[in-house]
Write a protein that binds this ligand. Structure first.
Ligand SMILES: Cc1cc2nc3c(=O)[nH]c(=O)nc-3n(C[C@H](O)[C@H](O)[C@H](O)COP(=O)(O)OP(=O)(O)OC[C@H]3O[C@@H](n4cnc5c(N)ncnc54)[C@H](O)[C@@H]3O)c2cc1C
Ligand code: SF4
Ligand code: SF4
Length: 1008
């Protein structure tokens, strides 16, 4: 195998994409969503199919393993390998064509993105893996992905119509199905009614493989060749011969399950017109070819969807009831066991505590009426025949559907979120048995768990006989690790004994390759021969399906492969720089399962603006967690792009199913880097944005004139990196705090609520009318308000840069200024959500003392506080009407406070105002981050969804609590945006000057 230097040198003039051989990138691609770890030699990012072909050809010539990778959400370790891992999720992202009933995309397009585009024309790509927000279409084809709706819509292979491929030798072609798909759905196709007759294991490979004459070649013939590649022709001919010779064996070795994902699926590949190569490649896990283009059939959006939640006293009762569902043609029937239910927050009105297992059944039809009829029919029938503990009526309205769906989501994410110690591990999670044998399999598996003193959760797709078992295992505990293999042996043996399969949905990969021979016996030599036909040098994703890589353990568990990278690691065991009372950075990072939920595309969730802007694995929260897991030196240059990508929005912390506190990890990492290297120029400026603004405000209006001058802005950009394109807020000479200093402190009325107002930089220096409005509105509502005079900027900016020294200094000053108020029963109310988050959460990571804890406990965000007054009936509603249509954006840091979002409701109290809530993600500003010239474009990209939502013609003005987000709303649309409290104050008649600002256009470079 050539070494990295030689490879880089050899490919210098032919390969246009990026190659990375550093320890950091190798670490980031050494894991996926499985429990395995294999460090690749390097990572490649080809620019297009031609570029990929150059790389594959080189690997072929040098016998260098080459492994395709999409989003890395595979749970079987399919995309892990020792050679060059090729990341196709970065560049291959084009939706090339949407026709009336097909769509053609590049393989890196994410399912949710494709479906968002298809929804515009009333269609969708039907397979619905639970990872659809982040998994790629290429990965779906390569793993033959499916979801809960497989019973109705089948697997990916049932929908693939054509593929662009790069073969092992670098030649390229386009393949199409030779004829309409032989079976309408089924991934593995429906199983035979009877158990197959076992074929003697001693049958020799040559007997099995046979040697039929090559398939006759003709235009558009074997494999439905769209191109004229000789390589394709010879592959098609040899495949046809192999399948013909082993037709009987293929038939006999099929499991008795409706679905099967283990090994190569051969039973329906040979058609009268030749082998259906696209169908064969579905599920081949990158071991037979690279996919460069995918054409899929699309289906209409469902006309109606209903869900029903059915509760049963026991798991067995639920399994029995599921058997009566098929006549009502449900799309899915998920069975949640007691453990999953307990994690869904049952005891609430959704699932009473007496329920021991629940069926969550979906009905999807062309019309709403049809779906409703089926759902009611099923519920009535089950009510009659089975003892139900609780019966939720079928929900067909969007709210009801969302409520039931939330039970499943809460259960699954609660399972991932289990804290330290034993956690659900995916290593026997994909077993399938004939649906009639589910009860027997569950009972047997529970016995296995008892034998190994483990508990497990079960999520069963009852109609398909798929049982997702996740034993709770502490992978850090050697005793628990030792149980993995014997438990897998026992559970898989149980499934195979019932005519089942070791994989129904998640694929073979590293996880199940050791059991392929056990499942298929004499068919394994046929698989090997097939692999030899496609990839005689075994360079394409070796070690999968036809046998494990003999040079490493069959199961290379996480952490065991690190030896080879220790030479790249830097000094460890440094004292932590943040307060880590409850855990350590390394343990926190270890909670990451690699699921890839933090790489969403196409509209789901709010995380992660850094990934959204860059579109690269290295900017994902997963990469950040991987970095800290001890994979590489945090101080190295190669670690810098990963560490600096995080903007501390905190969205991943709350949306990650494992609740990994990635922003905390990244602050620690940034601080460690800066302790070693110091701050770079841009970080230094961003960390001091508050102080620089306060300084410049003293020189206003001169400083405003300078900031509004184009040549001066050019010079400023060159000197300190502040973007010359960004419209900046005007600086106030009379800051809010300076004006408030002259105020007399009035004694609090006995029963009046007491507030100490914390302004932070935006309300203090840029728009003091926010502070004035906050104080006026609070006092108008009978609140006693003080403005603590010694308060300074919150320190959010230096904290986000990892400049802990500056952040800590500011924290100490603010805690001194505020602690006595907190102890005297004042709420510390912040108009800036970032300040509220910093005071209530981040100070506790900087200061381990009682005063900081008192301040944290007393801190509230302003609109949340006003919303509380309203809920208590204490908010005055003597508003005068304002005829305005507003778009209200929910800032990330308001979400991070985990309280209710009160702003839109408060604004809605003003007569005449209409409010359109915009809750689609980060604005892309991330405090002062978006001010930097280097971040300007990325910032607008990261905020694109919010900007598009606000840019609708009906919305004339914006509202949001966050000062930085207001800048971005204005920058992206040219429309003005204000704090909700400014509108409230104006409507109370307390801020008349706002009327003029509402109507005046924004300044070009500087605006009030
Ligand atoms: C929380 C969670 C839920 C999941 N739920 C489901 C589910 O409901 N149903 C289901 O089927 N799966 C599920 N999965 C598994 C996984 O998401 C799917 O297998 C998915 O299709 C993988 O897509 P990916 O882009 O992440 O591919 P990767 O994981 O990156 O790769 C998977 C395989 O595809 C190959 N590959 C990727 N791109 C190409 C290409 N362009 N050319 C050739 N080969 C390629 C890789 O080599 C690898 O063998 C789940 C995973 C997670 C973490
Ligand atoms: S950080 Fe969370 S969401 Fe991202 S891969 Fe890890 S566990 Fe999944
Ligand atoms: S805190 Fe925000 S920017 Fe940082 S990794 Fe999490 S989601 Fe991404």
């Amino acid at each position: 195998m050539p070494d990295p230097l030689t490879i880089a040198d050899d490919l210098r003039n032919t390969f246009r994409g990026r190659l990375a051989f550093d320890a950091v990138r190798r670490g980031l691609y050494a894991t996926d969503a499985s429990p395995f770890e294999v460090a690749p030699l390097g990572v490649a990012f080809p620019e297009d199919a031609e570029d990929l072909a150059v790389l594959v050809k080189y690997c072929h010539e040098h016998a260098l393993p080459v492994v395709p990778r999409g989003a890395g959400t595979g749970v079987a370790g399919e995309s892990l390998g020792p050679g060059i891992v090729v990341d196709l999720s970065a560049e291959f992202r084009g939706i090339l064509r949407i026709d009336s009933d097909t769509a053609t995309v590049e393989p890196g397009v994410v399912l949710a993105e494709l479906n968002a585009a298809l929804a515009k024309v009333g269609r969708r790509f039907a397979p619905d893996p639970a990872s659809g927000a982040s998994c790629t279409v290429g990965g779906m084809v390569a793993t033959n992905a499916s979801g809960g709706n497989a019973v109705r819509h089948g697997y990916t292979r049932d929908h693939v119509r054509g593929l662009g491929v790069v073969w092992d030798d670098g030649s390229r072609d386009t393949l199409r199905n030779p004829s309409p798909n032989p079976s309408p759905k089924g991934g593995g196709g429906p199983a035979q009614p009877n158990l197959p007759t076992p074929v003697p294991r001693e049958t020799s490979a040559s007997q099995l493989v046979g040697s039929s004459p090559p398939f006759p070649l003709r235009e558009g013939g074997p494999g439905g060749l769209g191109g004229s590649g000789l390589r394709t022709a010879s592959i098609a001919a040899a495949t046809a011969a192999l399948l013909r010779a082993n037709r009987e064996l293929v038939h006999l070795t099929r499991p008795l399950t409706p679905f099967n994902r283990c090994g190569y699926l051969l039973h329906d590949v040979l058609t009268d017109a030749g082998p259906d190569l696209p169908r064969l490649l579905c599920g081949s896990e990158g071991t037979l070819a690279f996919l460069t283009e995918v054409t899929v059939a699309t289906v209409p959006l469902a006309g109606g969807t209903c869900l029903a939640l059915l509760g049963f006293p026991t798991l067995e009762a639920a399994v029995n009831a599921a058997a009566d569902l098929p006549p009502f043609e449900p799309t899915t029937a998920d069975l949640l066991d007691r453990r999953l239910l307990s994690l869904s927050g049952r005891g609430t009105d959704a699932v009473p505590a007496a329920v021991g297992a629940a069926l969550l059944v979906a009905f999807e039809a062309d019309t709403a009426r049809e779906a409703t009829e089926r759902a009611w029919g099923a519920v009535e029938a089950l009510k009659e025949r089975h003892k139900l503990v609780v019966l939720a009526e079928p929900a067909c309205d969007p709210d009801g559907v969302a409520r039931i769906r939330a039970v499943r989501e809460a259960a699954v994410s609660g399972l991932y979120g289990i804290g330290r110690g034993p956690r659900p591990a995916a290593f026997v999670e994909d077993v399938g048995v004939p649906p009639a044998a589910v009860a027997e399999f569950l009972a047997g598996t529970q016995d296995v768990m008892k034998r190994y003193e483990l508990s497990a959760s079960f999520l069963v797709h009852a109609l398909a006989g798929q049982v997702h078992t996740r034993p709770l295992i502490d992978l850090a505990d050697p005793a628990d690790r030792a149980k993995l293999w014997p438990v897998a042996e026992a559970v898989h043996a149980l499934a195979l004994g019932l005519g089942g399969t070791v994989s129904t949905q998640h694929g073979t990969g590293i996880a199940r390759t050791p059991w392929v021979e056990r499942q298929y016996g004499p068919l394994l030599p046929v698989f090997r021969e097939l692999k030899r036909v496609f990839d005689p040098k075994n360079v394409l994703n070796p070690g999968k399906i036809i046998g494990p890589d003999p040079s490493r353990p069959a199961w290379p568990l996480r952490g065991e492969d690190r030896g080879q990278r220790t030479e790249d690691r830097g000094p460890e065991d440094r004292a932590p720089l943040l307060v880590w009372k409850d855990t350590t950075a390394e343990a926190e990072a270890g909670k990451c399962t690699g699921c890839g939920d933090c790489r969403p595309r196409g509209g789901a969730g709010r995380m992660c603006p850094a990934f959204t802007a860059a579109g690269l694995e290295e900017a994902s929260p997963r990469a950040m967690a991987n970095l800290v897991r001890g994979l590489a030196d945090l101080g190295s240059d190669d670690a810098r792009p990963v560490v600096s990508a995080c903007v501390n929005c905190k969205m991943c912390r709350d949306e990650c199913p494992s609740r990994v506190d990635v922003p905390r990890l990244m602050i620690e990492a940034k601080a460690r880097r800066h302790a070693e290297h110091g701050l770079d120029r841009v970080s230094w400026v961003l960390a001091r944005a508050d102080r620089l603004a306060a300084l410049a405000s003293r020189l206003a209006p001169l400083s405003n004139a300078v900031l509004g001058n184009r040549p001066a802005r050019w010079v400023i950009e060159k000197l300190i990196g502040l973007s010359r394109r960004r419209r900046l807020p005007a600086l106030a000479h009379q800051t809010f705090l300076r004006a408030a200093r002259g105020e007399r402190r009035l004694p609090a009325a006995a029963d009046a609520p007491k507030v100490a107002y914390f302004a932070d930089t935006f309300a203090n220096v840029f728009d003091p009318s926010v502070g004035a409005a906050a104080v006026a509105v609070l006092r108008h509502n009978g609140v006693t308000v003080v403005v603590p005079p010694r308060q300074v900027g919150s320190g959010a900016a230096p904290f986000a840069q990892g400049d802990l020294e500056t952040a800590r200094e500011l924290a100490v000053r603010n805690v001194r200024a505020l602690a006595d108020y907190a102890r005297d029963g004042y709420r510390i109310v912040c108009s800036e959500p970032t300040a509220a988050m910093t005071l209530s959460q981040d100070y506790l990571l900087l200061l381990d003392d009682a005063d900081a804890a008192a301040v944290a406990a007393a801190t509230t965000e302003l609109t949340t506080y006003l919303g509380g007054l309203h809920a208590a009936g204490r908010l005055r509603t003597d508003f005068r009407p304002l005829d305005l249509a507003l778009g209200h954006h929910v800032p990330c840091h308001l979400k991070a406070l985990r309280g209710p979002v009160a702003g839109p409701g408060l604004l809605g109290l003003i007569p005449g105002i209409t409010v359109k809530p915009i809750d689609v993600g980060c604005s892309g500003m991330a405090g002062p981050w978006g001010l930097a010239a280097a971040n300007y474009d990325a910032s607008l990209r990261a905020g694109r969804r919010m900007i598009e939502a606000f840019d609708r013609p009906g919305l004339l003005l914006g509202a949001t609590e966050c000062g930085s987000c207001r800048l971005q709303m204005q920058e992206g649309t040219g429309k003005r945006a204000f704090h909700p409290v400014q509108y409230l104050a104006h409507a109370y008649g307390l801020l008349p000057e706002l009327g003029k600002r509402l109507r005046s256009p924004l300044g070009e470079l500087v605006s009030d």
